[in-house]
Design a protein around this ligand. Sequence first.
Ligand code: MG
Length: 396
Amino acid sequence: MVAIAVAIVAAGRGARMGRETPKQLLPLGGKPVLRWSAEAFAARPDVTRIVVAASTDQKDAVESALSGLPVRVEVILGGATRSLSVRACLEALVVSSAPDVVFVHDAARPFVGDEVIDRLIAALSDHDVAAPVLRPPDALKVRRPDGGLGEDIARDGVAAVQTPQAARFAPLLGAYRTLPADADLPDDLAVAHRAGLRVAGVDGDPNLFKITVPSDLARAEALVGPPEPAPIVATGFGFDAHRLTQGDGMTLCGVPIPGPLALVGHSDADAGLHAVTDAVLGALGAGDIGDHFPPSDPQWAGVASRRFLEHAVALAREDGASIAHADLTLVCERPKIAPHREAMRAALAEILGVPIKRASVKATTTEGMGFTGRREGLAAQAVVTLTWSGAAARED
Ligand code: MG
């Protein structure tokens, strides 16, 4: 795998947008225009560094626009011309280990696809520089100095050039180093041509357009759709207690516990699952377990309490919620919980549809105090956290 560095030129003012904020920093789908292409590059395992050239007054804004990307990012000061800004990026890349390949990209082209990047890399096997190109969609004519139009230009003979432009690093750096300081060439291809490098064109992508005028931003916004809403997080709390009696075993947190103790209740009296059920319902704002399964209704007599929790989980799913976590504390002197704890976690995780590490079961006593201390009963407390993201978060 070749080591790829990316140089992004973000020093422009973008006067044609007619906005105070430069176009590369305008919000697009909830993040700055510049971040879109930087994220596309950063997501690739072969991209090791990104260097961005910014103007003095935009350096801080560019740094914050690119914070937290999963790749090394450096923001440097650009030059007075595009050529000087690219040169500054290349020189910054030399400082530690120089990459094999560099991509030079305009900050105002947000939609860089992997396919174009792969085509460019492939073209470098027998060229020094490669650029994505499109066949102009409109007929082309020569324009006369007097404003008139002249003969046709064959569209097959011309190409509209986009960025990113890819280059073998050493030849491109050499080409820039021989460029006079006052030269301002439109792109890297021009610099490469001047130095006699071999240049290839590969198929470009219509979505790789540059945001230059307000209608370009509207087109970009239509492509990305509305911004992702912030996720919603809600935590519900549940409490339950049931009387202990002499008997022939109980089910607690979905796990059968044999022994001389039993729990008294209308259902199987599994206070653990009842507390978790109420916590799920609490996070949903959907009442309590008694509303959904009235004790007066004979159909719930002796029923396994996992039915109640399964119902609450189904309500959460219908609402678009994901279950992030559940934490249950059982309060009792007897039975001993520790021998059953992992089985309880597994049962809870299975019913909730979460990994075991997201299902916590803890136990405590009240040191002989109160109804649990006198072994009259067993209590349970639970919290459950639900999250809504994407479309489910937008419905609120
Ligand atoms: Mg109960």
